[in-house]
Design a protein around this ligand. Structure first.
Ligand SMILES: [Ca+2]
Ligand SMILES: [Ca+2]
Ligand SMILES: [Ca+2]
Ligand SMILES: [Ca+2]
Length: 406
């Protein structure tokens, strides 16, 4: 565990125009400065005390940090789950404590490799986790929980990045995205695999219990075709997938989209936010127009190896903000706020000391305001951005101050 000095480094973000409300300001809290190749972060209550904890992974380690001390506890290591690439935590059995699905043995240019396990907590918070093997899944890369089949129980959505025969430079064997239904937290051998869709270079997925114009729970996938909406099949093999938007043009695999989140603008109008193309330069907003997303609005084209994206209404004014991060040259996390007067998104650098590979949000300090967590690979750190407590007058603007549930 490592905590920044008692006097937290305060990042007071500059305002960009005098008529605007001040940008949200954050306390930057480094909870780990020694996490080589930190790659993914989750914000979730692990121990069941109703305080959100942090799960981070990368390299050969998956660990969680206990709120509020941020004590680090290792879940898997190089012996039990090397080359870890994704986790998805959820309380499957209703005891309040999270179980964590963990994807590991990932090797970019050996896409037949990949493994999945389910980690269960020991009786005490310091005891080793029980690790239950689930399956070999080649090229396994993203995991998310969601009740995809609507039976009231969580399903595990599994997205490899490639198909088994993909090879550089194009990686054109498509990833086979699937879900496990009938998930039992004690017996992993009985989970039922349901194939969902195939797309080339599937980098990110996002589950939606509801999505405009769609009857069933569904899934968004960012891939070389852009962003794909995937619904559960009505019969085995009956794929229901359609591309919502094309993402960036270009030669494969540097095309389409790389990260995806659904956002909400003033008045409830929806948009999709993406990073484009794969490991790309552009932060893009696709507003919902009628039943279609577009036109494509590039709000930043200067990211080098963009890899992190989060959408959240930080100031609870009904307009979502976008956070994006890159891990290449001039690595950083940037906050984009929509400016009503100019109808443009204004960027502010939140942190230039994190080679951002992932971002996730949640109210980490319990003050009712959303906070954000980031992981940096080359900078080997896990960093929290806690919204500062400021007075109503300081924050400017009026309106509903309660954070929207996310
Ligand atoms: Ca907790
Ligand atoms: Ca549990
Ligand atoms: Ca807002
Ligand atoms: Ca907070």
């Amino acid at each position: 565990m490592r905590i920044a000095p008692p006097l937290l480094l305060v990042l007071a973000l500059a305002t960009v125009a005098r008529a605007e409300a001040p940008a949200p300001a954050f306390d930057r809290v480094v909870i780990d400065d020694d996490f080589p190749n930190a790659y993914q972060v989750e914000v979730v209550d692990v121990d069941g005390d109703l305080k959100l904890d942090v799960v981070a992974l990368g390299g050969d380690v998956c660990a969680w940090y206990q709120n509020p001390s941020w004590t680090k506890r290792v879940i898997t290591n190089a012996q039990t789950a090397p080359k870890v690439i994704s986790s998805a935590a959820a309380d499957l059995d209703g005891d309040g404590k999270a179980e964590i699905a963990i994807a590991y043995d990932f090797e970019m240019n050996d896409p037949k490799r990949g493994k999945l396990l389910l980690a269960r907590q020991g009786a005490g918070v310091g005891e080793p986790w029980k690790l239950l093997p689930v399956a070999d899944v080649g090229s396994i890369h993203r995991l998310r929980w969601g009740d995809l089949d609507g039976d009231g129980h969580l399903d595990l959505i599994v997205a490899p990045i490639f198909g088994p025969d993909a090879a550089p430079p194009v990686y054109d064997d498509p990833a086979r995205i699937f879900a496990y239904t009938k998930v039992d937290a004690l017996v992993t051998g009985l989970w039922k695999r349901v194939d969902l869709a195939s797309r080339r270079v599937t980098h990110a997925i996002e589950f939606h219990p509801e999505f405009p114009g769609v009857h069933d729970p569904s899934l968004l996938a960012a891939n070389n075709s852009g962003v794909t909406l995937i619904e559960p099949p009505t019969a085995p093999g009956a794929e229901r997938a359609r591309d919502l938007l094309p993402g960036a043009e270009g030669p494969a695999p540097k095309r389409g989209a790389s990260e995806i989140h659904l956002g909400r603008s003033h008045g409830g109008r929806l948009f999709l936010a993406t990073l484009e193309p794969w490991h790309g330069t552009d932060v893009v907003v696709w507003p919902l127009e009628g039943s279609k997303f577009g036109p494509r609005q590039v709000i930043d084209d200067t990211l080098d190896d963009g890899h992190a994206l989060w959408v959240v209404d930080l100031d609870s004014d009904g307009q979502d903000e976008i956070l994006a991060g890159c891990r290449g040259k001039d690595h950083r996390v940037v906050l984009y706020r929509f400016d009503d007067a100019s109808k443009t998104w204004k960027p502010t650098v939140v942190d230039s000391d994190v080679a951002a590979q992932d971002l996730r949000g949640g109210d980490l300090d319990g003050d009712g305001r959303p906070d954000v967590a980031a992981v940096g690979g080359a900078t080997h750190n896990v960093v929290l951005y806690l919204q500062r407590r400021t007075s109503r007058a300081d924050r400017g603007g009026i309106g509903n101050r309660r954070p929207a549930p996310r």
